[in-house]
Design a protein around this ligand. Structure first.
Ligand code: CTP
Length: 397
């Protein structure tokens, strides 16, 4: 479950930077919801934030929020953290003095979540006794400030009052809210989905892998700061934002895509259910069953290259290679055999069949390494993804 950051946006020229803040929070794996003052809507239409967040944008205290008669209370409870960025001198003053006359300031008063303020205003307003006293009051009450920078201001003056850099605001929030960014600077490669091996233009050999595990791994790695490449066989899942997604069909195409990217990766996770065999001579035209075409009743197969084993043989020092073993029985024993045979550092073994594994949202698994077996209880694919990345992080030099 993603943590929710409520982003309060007030009427100020720096409002355009709030878009970057929202995007940065999303990239870091947080859910961003926006509440705006009426003045803010003079600068930017709420539709922009609605499109960016894919969430309703709250403005008026008396607006009809669908199914929600007391909007400021539900918003204040939903938030794990409330950041107001940019925050004008006016709104700082209102909050410091207990004025709650619109949705944003009422929510700020009602919330028990940490409140963070990133001020943006003219230098003289910033330095005014009123603003300084208001900020000091709020700091005393535990409000965290991400202070303004000095520089050229929209009004033409030069001095303190410029909104802090959106990246700084995002990283401070991420730190406060406790999201792990332990894969920053790492490159993670993931394979996922099935492969399909054509018999003719309308028939193929494949398996029912949904690709959900690999997509969950890619999403988790990205949220933990990694640069991620996902090589996916045919699956019904949309590209993930900020993840390089390479769509392939066959095992040979998957091998080619992986081979081009493997050497540059720090962690490679092979969760794809690659077809072990492919038809030796796929027909360029549709085979007809009426013609008793022998190429339909008996298909000659050739073995596909093992992508994990090929990369396992090629891995360099410091690189971690994780494979999967979907088994109907003897999971640990089979996983251990694959670990050795494919020169992996870990094999995630799980039971499939009988309603387990393929296409489901939950998984029970074991992480088998050369000297350990870690049992992972039944958990969502996303939690399993994080457990695998936790293992990889703690075992990488
Ligand atoms: N794998 C691969 N390329 C293949 C076959 C498998 O990269 N041609 C990878 C899978 O992505 C997985 C691991 O190898 O990480 C084990 O896959 P699995 O199908 O369980 O094992 P196989 O080696 O195919 O053995 P078997 O099907 O006989 O159990």
């Amino acid at each position: 479950m993603k943590k929710t950051v409520l982003v309060g946006v007030t009427g100020c020229v720096a409002i355009y930077k709030a878009c970057e803040i929202v995007r940065g929070l999303q990239k870091a794996g947080l859910r961003a919801k926006v509440v705006m003052t009426e003045h803010a809507t003079e600068f930017v239409n709420p539709a922009l934030f609605r499109a960016l967040t894919r969430e309703p944008v709250a403005v008026g205290l008396f607006d009809d929020a669908p199914g929600d008669p007391i909007h400021h209370i539900s918003l204040s409870k939903e938030a794990d953290l409330f950041v107001i960025a940019p925050c004008t001198a006016n709104v700082i003053g209102k909050i410091a003095n207990g004025i709650a006359d619109d949705l944003l300031t009422t929510t700020a008063m009602a919330t028990t979540a940490p409140l963070v303020i990133a001020p943006a205003m003219n230098v003289n307003m910033y330095e005014s006794a009123a603003n300084q006293e208001n900020m000091a009051t709020l700091k005393r009450r535990g409000v965290r400030f991400i202070d303004s920078e000095s520089g050229y201001l929209a009004c033409g003056d030069v001095g303190k009052g410029r909104l802090a850099d959106p990246d700084v605001i995002v990283s401070e929030i991420v730190e406060m809210i406790g999201v792990k960014r332990d894969l920053e600077g790492k490159r993670v490669l993931v394979t996922t989905g099935p492969t399909i091996e054509p018999i003719d233009p309308v028939r193929f050999i494949s398996n029912p892998s949904s690709g959900k595990t690999g997509f969950a791994l890619a999403e988790a790695a990205r949220e933990r700061g990694a640069e991620v490449c996902l090589v996916a066989g045919p699956v019904a899942l949309d590209d993930l934002p900020d993840v390089e997604t390479v769509r392939v069909k066959t095992a040979l195409e998957m091998l080619d895509a992986v081979s081009r990217r493997f050497d540059g990766s720090d962690i490679a996770v092979f969760s794809a259910a690659v077809s072990d065999f492919r038809p030796k001579d796929p027909s360029a035209s549709k085979l007809k069953k009426d013609a008793c075409d022998s190429r339909l009743s008996s298909i000659e197969l050739v073995e596909n290259p093992d992508i994990l084993a090929t990369m396992g043989a090629r891995k360099h020092a410091g690189q971690l290679v994780v494979g999967f073993a979907a088994e109907t029985e003897d999971v640990v024993e089979n996983a251990r055999k694959k670990l050795v045979k494919k020169n992996a550092d870990a094999i995630v073994g799980n039971l499939v069949g009988d309603g387990k594994g393929f296409g489901t949202d939950d998984n029970e698994a074991v992480i088998v390494t050369h000297d350990d077996v870690v049992r992972i209880p039944l958990m969502s694919k996303r939690e399993l993804a994080d457990a695998i990345l936790d293992w990889a992080r703690s075992n990488q030099a």
